[in-house]
Design a protein around this ligand. Structure first.
Ligand SMILES: Cc1cc2nc3c(=O)[nH]c(=O)nc-3n(C[C@H](O)[C@H](O)[C@H](O)COP(=O)(O)O)c2cc1C
Ligand code: SF4
Length: 426
C-alpha cells in the first residue's frame, strides 16, 4: 500500500508555505464554504466524521466541542503544538510545511464553537515553526481571513502564537492553560474540564495541531468521504512520526488501520541489512512496547493497539532492532519522565525518581535481582492515582519493558553488562 495524502498532499511544495501558494492549491476555499454553514452543522459533520483527537488520548473531537456550555461567556480555542512526547515530530512538519492549513482549520473550528480568540501554544524549541506561523497569521490578517468580519461573514476572530519554554508537562492541556495564563505550567485536577472552565476560567477547547488541520478536509469533502479512510472506530488518515532503526525515518500519512509492518518495510524502507526487528514503541515513549511478534500483527489504529495492551498515542513509532539493549533504552526513558515530572503528586514525583534510580543502578552494575520486581511494584503504585497522566505514562513503558524483556534485565544484574551484542555496554 502507499501513503494516503489527505493532509500532506502539498507538503513537498515550498510555495504551499506562503498565502499565495496555499490559495493556488485551494487554500481558504473551505473556510468560505464553512462560513456559510450553520456552526452547529459543522460540529455535527465533525462528529459524523468520527475524527478523534490526535494529541494522544483519541477523544472524539465533535463530542468534545459539544461539551461547551451555552452560557454566553467568551470561549477560547487553544491549539496544542507543544509536541513534547519523545519520538513525535509530525506537528512540526505540519507547521513548517503548511502553516495556513492549520490556521484555516482553526478558523473553521473557532467559527463552529463560536470562539473569537485562539492561541497556538508551540514548544519553545520549535522556533522555525513559530516564525512561519507568525508570518502566516500576518498574511491571513492581510488577506481578510482573520480579524473583524472575516470575508464579510460577520464573524470576528483573532489568533496569536505563544512560545512554550521547554517543559513536557505544558503539553498536558491544563498545564498548558496555566502556562498560557502566565502561571507555573502545572496540571490541575479535572473536573472541571477545560470545555467548561479553561483558559481564564472560561469555556475552552484544546485540540492538537493535526486534529484541527483535519477539520478542513472533513468540511470540504464531507464526513462520509473522510470515513472512507481508516476503520469503523478509527476514521481517517493519521500522520506517523517514524524514528529509530529504519532506513528512511520521517513523517508518513497513512489510513488508520494500516499494518505496522508495512509502515516499517514499505514507507520506511525496512531495517539496515543484517539487522532483525526486536521491538516497536507504537505511540510515543508513553506507549507500552510491542515485541517483534506483536508488531508483525499490529495495525495502526486505536482498537488494535489497545487490544494488544499498548496505544496509538501521538503516533510516534520508534523502531528497535536487535543491536539495542532494552535496559539502556529504559534508562533514557526514565530519565526523561523523572526530569519532566512537575512534582505535585507523590506517586509521580517519587515513583519516576525511584524508577530512574533503580534502572540506573542496574546499568552501573549495582543492581540486585529483587530490584526487577521492585520496578514492577513501584510502577503499579504510580498508576491511576495522580492529577495528570504523566505518572501512568512513565509507569506503562517500565512495566512493558520489564515484563517483555526480563531476561535482559536479569543478565545485566548478574553480569554487570548488557546481554545485547553491539550495544553500548555489552
Ligand atoms: C504529560 C502529557 C503531555 C501531553 N503532551 C501533549 C502534546 O505535546 N501535544 C498534544 O496535542 N497533546 C498532549 N497531551 C494531551 C493533551 O492533554 C490533550 O488531551 C490534547 O491536546 C487534546 O487534543 P486532541 O483532543 O486534539 O487530541 C499531553 C498529555 C499529557 C498527560
Ligand atoms: S502526575 Fe506528575 S506531572 Fe502530572 S501533575 Fe502529578 S506530579 Fe505533575
Amino acid at each position: 500500500m502507499m501513503e494516503t495524502k489527505l493532509l500532506t498532499e502539498h507538503y513537498d511544495k515550498d510555495e504551499y508555505i506562503g498565502l499565495d501558494g496555499y490559495k493556488k492549491h485551494g487554500g481558504y476555499e473551505v473556510l468560505k464554504k464553512a462560513l456559510k454553514m450553520d456552526p452547529k452543522a459543522i460540529i455535527e459533520e465533525v462528529k459524523a466524521s468520527g475524527l478523534r483527537g490526535r494529541g494522544g488520548a483519541g477523544f472524539p473531537t465533535g463530542v468534545k466541542w459539544g461539551f461547551l456550555p451555552d452560557n454566553g461567556e467568551p470561549r477560547y480555542l487553544l491549539c496544542n503544538a507543544d509536541e513534547g512526547e519523545p519520538g513525535t515530530f509530525k506537528d512540526r512538519a505540519m507547521m513548517e510545511r503548511a502553516p495556513h492549513q492549520l490556521i484555516e482549520g482553526m478558523i473553521i473550528s473557532a467559527f463552529a464553537v463560536k470562539s473569537n480568540k485562539s492561541y497556538i501554544y508551540v514548544r519553545g524549541e520549535y522556533q522555525m515553526c513559530i516564525r512561519k506561523l507568525e508570518k502566516a497569521i500576518r498574511e491571513a490578517y492581510d488577506g481578510g481571513f482573520l480579524g473583524k468580519n472575516i470575508l464579510g461573514s460577520g464573524f470576528d476572530h483573532d489568533m496569536d502564537v505563544y512560545s512554550g519554554a521547554g517543559a513536557y508537562i505544558c503539553g498536558e492541556e491544563t498545564g498548558m492553560i496555566s502556562s498560557l495564563e502566565g502561571k507555573k505550567g502545572q496540571p490541575k485536577l479535572k473536573p472541571p474540564f477545560p470545555a467548561v472552565q479553561g483558559y481564564l476560567a472560561k469555556p475552552t477547547i484544546v485540540n492538537n495541531v493535526e486534529t484541527l488541520a483535519a477539520v478542513g478536509p472533513i468540511i470540504r469533502d464531507g464526513a462520509a468521504a473522510y470515513r472512507k479512510h481508516g476503520t469503523e472506530k478509527s476514521a481517517g488518515t493519521k500522520l506517523f512520526s517514524v524514528s529509530g532503526n529504519v532506513k528512511k525515518p520521517g513523517v508518513y500519512e497513512v489510513p488508520l488501520g494500516y499494518p505496522l509492518i508495512d509502515l516499517i518495510n514499505v514507507e520506511c524502507g525496512g531495517l539496515e541489512p543484517g539487522r532483525k526487528l526486536k521491538a516497536v514503541i507504537p505511540g510515543g515513549s508513553s506507549a507500552p512496547v510491542l515485541t517483534a511478534e506483536e508488531a508483525m500483527k499490529a495495525t495502526m489504529d486505536y482498537e488494535c493497539l489497545q487490544g494488544m495492551g499498548s496505544m496509538l498515542g501521538s503516533g510516534a513509532v520508534i523502531v528497535i532492532d536487535d543491536t539495542n539493549c532494552m535496559v539502556d533504552m529504559l534508562k533514557v526513558i526514565m530519565h526523561f519522565y523523572h526530569h519532566e515530572s512537575c512534582g505535585q503528586c507523590t506517586p509521580c514525583r517519587e515513583g519516576t525518581g525511584w524508577l530512574h534510580k533503580i534502572v540506573n543502578s542496574i546499568v552501573t552494575g549495582e543492581g540486585r535481582l529483587q530490584d526487577i520486581d521492585l520496578m514492577l511494584r513501584v510502577s503499579r503504585q504510580m498508576m491511576g492515582k495522580t492529577i495528570c497522566a504523566l505518572s501512568d505514562a512513565a509507569a506503562m513503558p517500565a512495566i512493558s519493558f520489564v515484563e517483555k524483556f526480563r531476561d535482559e534485565f536479569e543478565f545485566y544484574v548478574r553480569e554487570g553488562r548488557s546481554k545485547v551484542k553491539g550495544s553500548l555496554h555489552a
